[in-house]
Design a binder for this molecule. Structure first.
Ligand code: ZN
Ligand code: CA
Length: 382
């Protein structure tokens, strides 16, 4: 009887402060273990590897839709890529809100995410794989979204692409991910409910700024929750203070547990999107290490490149998508760019100060040349 009351109490207290399951990665891991699909052959980390400051991560987004609402716009997808690029390069505007005691451990991961430029057959591609499905809503851990024969779509070569599946997840799960080296390759990647993918300002839910993507991709690169193991503090990072339990909502600082102030603004906690805005130095190192140890083929591929120029010098700039409809993304900022038409006439001349987006929606369709850092890139405006 006492046990029964405990269950009732536990159920009530959890549901009272969280209507959503912020992340199901830990639960998914248990399901995979029970199916015998989880293996974790931890490789020796490559700590002696010299780190570059920037790595390009090629991304394919699979949009599984049964209704038009689920078939989210290109802009939503670009906004997710933009959020990832801001958050993984410490360029997000909220960083100034990091409390003083945590400012010296702010981590800059240095990953630049790009939508892949070619499909599996080598044809020009915008990185967005839209697939109609008969499935109205996918059962979270059934893996149906990752299997074409179950109404989903098979992963693209998981060695060479970060696969992001966007679909309707039934229940209240926002998303889940697989840790590196832990699962058969056909399951490897990140799943996010369509409501929580990208920036969706017309939504009033507090998970509308693309941070589910930032969080889940953190797992994909081997990060644990900051509250994992509670006060015994096992997330393999000394610079994330021990946290007794997940933090929901948007707490004011300071809030303490386990005898230290909580880093509730860490992306690997459970706060609202607007209230999580930092990785730590250790988390950044851990992700870079995971990339170089487990996922090095991601950066060996050239799937991010669109340059006309064969010279892949250090000045190379990634520009995507290409062909482009409205917004062109550059993986650098604080730079002057100009766009020339095929007659060499300058149609855009702009200094991009703190912005990686260039709106070219007003240009007529056709071929253009983008000039940046003394190089020319061919752009197809669709
Ligand atoms: Zn998580
Ligand atoms: Ca820690």
């Amino acid at each position: 009887m006492r046990f029964f009351i405990f269950i009732l109490f536990a159920t009530f207290s959890i549901s009272s402060f969280s209507q959503v399951q912020r992340c199901s990665t830990d639960e998914y891991r248990e399901v995979l273990k029970s199916k015998g699909l989880y293996k974790y052959n931890k490789k020796e980390p490559l700590f002696n590897q010299s780190y570059s400051t920037n790595y390009d991560i090629p991304v394919v987004v699979h949009v599984l839709y049964n209704t038009e609402e689920q078939n989210i716009s290109d802009d939503r997808i670009y906004s997710q890529i933009e959020t990832l690029n801001n958050d993984y390069n410490a360029l997000n505007i909220e960083l100034e809100n990091v409390p003083e005691e945590f400012q010296n451990v702010i981590g800059n991961v240095g990953f630049s995410f790009c939508l892949v430029q070619e499909d599996l057959q080598g044809n020009p591609f915008n990185g967005i794989n839209r697939v109609y499905t008969e499935i109205e809503s996918f059962q979270g851990f059934s893996d149906g979204m990752k299997k074409t024969d179950q109404g989903g779509v098979d992963a693209w070569d998981t060695e060479n692409y970060l696969n992001l599946w966007v679909c309707d997840l039934n229940g209240n799960t926002l998303g889940f991910a697989t840790m590196p080296g832990s699962v058969p390759s056909y399951l490897d990647g990140v799943v996010i409910d369509y409501l929580y993918f990208g920036v969706n300002l017309s939504s009033s839910n507090p998970y509308n700024l693309g941070r589910t993507g930032t969080h889940e991709v953190g797992h994909y690169f081997n990060l644990e929750h900051t509250f994992y193991a509670g006060c015994s503090d096992w997330d393999d990072c000394e610079d994330t203070p021990a946290l007794a339990s997940p933090t929901y909502g948007c707490p004011s600082y300071p809030q303490a547990s386990c005898s230290s102030n909580d880093m509730t603004m860490n992306y690997m906690d459970y706060t609202n999107d607007a209230c999580m805005y930092m990785f730590t130095v250790c988390q950044a190192d851990r992700m870079i290490d995971a990339l170089l140890t487990y996922r090095s083929n991601l950066i060996a591929s050239t799937n991010c490149s669109v340059s006309l120029d064969e010279d892949m010098s250090s000045n190379h700039v990634n520009i995507y998508p290409n062909p482009v409809a409205d917004i062109l993304y550059l993986d650098i900022y604080n730079v002057s760019v100009s766009i020339l038409d095929i007659y060499g006439r300058k149609v855009i001349d702009k200094h991009m100060v703190n912005n990686r987006q260039l709106n070219i929606s007003f240009l007529p369709s056709g071929t253009y040349f983008l000039s940046v850092r003394d190089k020319m890139y061919k752009i197809i405006k669709g």
